[in-house]
Design a protein around this ligand. Structure first.
Ligand SMILES: [Zn+2]
Length: 116
């Protein structure tokens, strides 16, 4: 009986097994990566909202209990009003003489309101 001589290439079965293994790895890692990027975006936006709340609270303390009517660049150390980490926009609203809200236009990005 003549024995089949291998020429160093891969058989179809070996290639199929490798493709299946790569598919299993991709199906586990890609959803985990997607969750990480969306939670990073939410955390980035919440950090910006926290910076705005702190700046408003500092303005409130410095100005003897008067909240700013709107955000100004001078309230922030780097002279930039923090923005949403994605396509949303963060709005500051003075709701009374001593209360305010800071919210992102993307509902998932919002943290509970904190007042001074
Ligand atoms: Zn946002």
């Amino acid at each position: 009986m003549k024995r089949k001589v291998r020429n160093g290439g891969w058989t179809l079965i070996e290639l199929i097994i490798i493709i299946v293994i790569l598919g299993i790895i991709a199906s586990v890692t890609i959803p985990a990566y997607m969750d990480m990027t969306s939670s990073a975006e939410i955390n980035g936006c919440q950090a910006s909202q926290g910076t705005i709340r702190s700046a408003v609270a500092m303005h409130y303390a410095k100005n003897k209990g008067v909240l700013p009517d709107s955000l100004t660049t001078g309230m922030f150390v780097n002279d930039e009003i923090p923005e949403c980490s994605t396509s949303g926009s963060i709005t500051y609203t003075k709701t009374s003489d001593s209360t305010f809200t800071v919210q992102c236009s993307i509902p998932e990005h919002n943290t509970p309101a904190v007042n001074p």
